[in-house]
Design a protein around this ligand. Structure first.
Ligand SMILES: [Zn+2]
Length: 320
């Protein structure tokens, strides 16, 4: 009898789900909208019914399911599946692991969504089964996951691997969504890059980016990368600064956990070599030469599938 894992990546807008084979092939994947009614309390039920229908459709019996690996956007107790606090979903002290297990009858394992994405990249993506890996997601915010000795670091109360909230500006930094100021996220996210470029333009208007203010739309992080590639000095300076700060933060993490891979994902990672080359240069400046020697920078490969594959791998790890 063929056995399967279920991955569920719970986000603020959609819940991505997948039936995954033991070797990590996605048999089927689908999405359902995230139900925000009553502070998200219907979400476990929605997952249960959607999964039930899907298993009937695929002709898979309950006994063939090894477990559900679920990712939640927030602080999670990975041992119990208890969710302390979330962003974009109303959960606060929500016992997701227990409730989802009761509804579905399957074993349920929960971790932070960015941690699951790191596990997914390790298992089936550009992490190539590295047991020591740092995953950094550069999107609207900065997410992260750290894998050390083969296991994701969750920590004593769920804040392990929250790379985006490392303080990089000790005083006078921009406010962050977490309530602090000067977090890495305020500099190295797509939002941070645009903010820094906008600030730079107020001091120096000799840049192609200034044209955007008279056009219909404002510019994006991609526009800043495009301008830098085309030779725009201001855009280049902004990105050099961002890569310097990000490279230093990653180098400091790398000195702490000595990874073999740094996996960079998220929308900003689409810049590819334009991002990796200056980032690597900055990293090398701050890391120990021996740390740097052992460490490879790669772009994440799995995109939106990283979370569900990480969920499947989490089940596998727990059952082993
Ligand atoms: Zn923060």
């Amino acid at each position: 009898m063929k056995k399967y894992y279920i991955g569920a990546d719970i986000g603020g807008t959609t819940i991505k789900m997948a039936v995954i084979t033991k070797d990590g092939t996605i048999l089927d994947k689908w999405e359902i909208p995230t139900n925000h009614k009553d502070d998200g309390s219907y979400i476990p039920e929605d997952i249960h019914f959607s999964l039930k229908d899907k298993l009937i459709e695929l002709g898979i019996h309950k006994e063939q399911i090894l477990g559900i690996g679920a990712g939640a956007p927030g602080f999670v107790d990975a041992d119990t599946g208890f969710v302390y606090q979330t962003v974009n979903i109303g959960w606060r002290n929500f016992d997701l692991g227990k409730i989802l297990k009761e509804k579905t009858g399957f074993p349920v394992y929960v971790d932070n969504d960015a941690n699951l994405a790191a596990l997914g990249e390790k298992w089936k993506g550009s992490g190539e089964n590295s047991n020591d890996l740092i995953a950094v997601t550069l999107g609207t915010g900065v997410g992260g996951g750290i894998i050390a000795n083969g296991e994701v670091i969750n920590g004593v109360n769920g804040t392990g691997g929250e790379i985006g909230h490392i303080t990089v500006i000790p005083s006078g930094g921009a406010p962050c969504n977490c309530g602090k100021t000067g977090c890495l996220e305020t500099i190295a996210s797509a939002t941070g890059i645009v903010r820094l470029a906008e600030e730079a333009i107020t001091k120096n208007k000799e840049t192609s980016l200034a044209e955007f203010s008279v056009k219909e739309r404002t510019f994006t992080a991609k526009d800043v990368f495009d301008a830098a590639r085309a030779g725009d000095k201001l855009a280049r300076e902004v990105l050099d600064y961002v890569m310097d700060v990000l490279g230093m933060a990653i180098a400091n993490l790398a000195i702490a956990c000595n990874p073999s891979k740094i996996v960079i994902g998220g929308g900003v990672s689409k810049a590819g070599e334009d991002l990796l080359v200056p980032l690597r240069k900055a990293f090398d400046q701050y890391a120990l030469p021996r740390t740097s020697e052992a460490c490879e920078f790669v772009i994440a490969e799995l995109g939106n599938d990283a979370g569900v594959l990480g969920g499947a791998f989490l089940v596998q790890q727990n059952l082993e």
